[in-house]
Design a protein. Structure first.
Length: 179
């Protein structure tokens, strides 16, 4: 295959990838993923063929964790089912861990619930937090890659007080006699 044919095929594949990308038709923002196109030319056959294969690179994701939710200053529900605390972030999948530090020296370190980015972690417990443990809580993610630990910025959140049940007065009907 000549150089001009290779260049024409590369342009055709680039146009095709752009046309298939979300947002190319105006329905969503465009998807920007770094792609490496590898050209594989076989010399065993009398005529050479080219195969272009898109490959996701490790630089597609940040090494330093990027936090999505919850936002800084958010108010979260009590982590008692059916409610829970939910966290989401993205980074290169080396060794991410979620760190939570709260009032009175409370500390939790959680692995992600899944093994691909974006990562999520959830937390629940059986009893509501007492008023003195409602906040502020601080969270961040660390990611250890090849012996180097990268950390995200720290965000803070508060927890809603536990709902208190107040007794509802009941009415008692008193029969009256006509009279």
């Amino acid at each position: 295959m000549s150089r001009s044919h290779s260049a024409a095929m590369l342009v055709a594949v680039s146009v095709l990838l752009f046309a298939l990308a979300p947002g190319a038709r105006g329905d969503a923002p465009p998807l920007h993923l770094p792609l490496i196109l590898r050209q594989h030319v076989s010399t065993a056959a009398p005529t050479a063929t080219a195969t272009l294969t898109p490959t996701r690179t490790p630089t597609s994701l940040p090494v330093e964790p990027f936090l999505f939710t919850p936002a800084d200053g958010a108010t979260l529900p009590q982590p008692v089912p059916p409610d829970r605390w939910s966290f989401m972030w993205t980074c290169v999948p080396c060794g991410p861990l979620l760190h939570l530090h709260g009032p009175q020296g409370s500390e939790l370190t959680l692995p992600p619930d899944n093994v691909t980015s974006p990562f999520t972690a959830t937390y629940t417990q059986t009893a509501p937090l007492p008023d003195e443990a409602l906040g502020p809580w601080h969270w961040w993610v660390s990611n250890e890659c090849e012996g180097v630990v990268y950390t995200s910025p720290t965000r803070s959140f508060w927890v809603r007080p536990a709902a208190t049940l107040t007794p509802t007065p009941t009415a008692t009907a008193t029969p009256t006699r006509p009279g």
